[in-house]
Design a protein around this ligand. Sequence first.
Ligand code: SF4
Length: 229
Amino acid sequence: MTNKIEYTINLLKQAVADYGHDVVLASSFGAEDVVLLDILHKHNIGIHVISLDTGRLPQETYDVMQIWRKKSSLNIDIYFPDASEVEAMVKQDGVNLFYDAVEKRKLCCQVRKILPLKRALSGAKAWVTGLRQEQADSRSNMQAVEDDQAFGIKKFNPLIMWTAQDVWDYIKSNDVPYNALHDKFYPSIGCAPCTRAISVGEDPRAGRWWWEQEDAVAECGLHASPIKK
Ligand code: SF4
């Protein structure tokens, strides 16, 4: 575990050495993200943090966002969707369009997540994520540092080797603030209307867009290694 933490610290420092102010950490304040925030905070690693407020987040996510804002000296910028794009989408398809069809769900993710992320990453030369190899077979080939084809920049995955157990061991032993929904059987947390708790034995991603077909891709398009349900 100590080796994994050191590896993560070194990779984060390498990201700063390589890209200076042009590297950002994208955080949704999930379990992996709070580990990275804690490491940045404790080791004084100057990576700018960005997060997306889709307008549909659970209260628990806002709560943990606010805790981190007060607890740390990290520079955290929250990006919102374009109001006119949300208005046009809602006018056309309604506020809960995502339940109607996969295409409409993808449209909502595009307007509320992907376009704001593109704006947040514009000007950045690299970004840092909390993705882990263990999360899915489709992530088994991911690299610690890779080219992100979708955004045309480098992508650093400093938790690549961590297991879910490592993440929780770190959180508990370092008393790291985390999203309270994790204690209510939400291993993966997104927007409130699109996330539910899972049952014993269910895949950790089963609570995301659960109404979609079995073979639907349980991802919103932020990462090039989507997870099949
Ligand atoms: S997760 Fe749901 S509410 Fe959030 S952006 Fe995607 S479709 Fe819209």
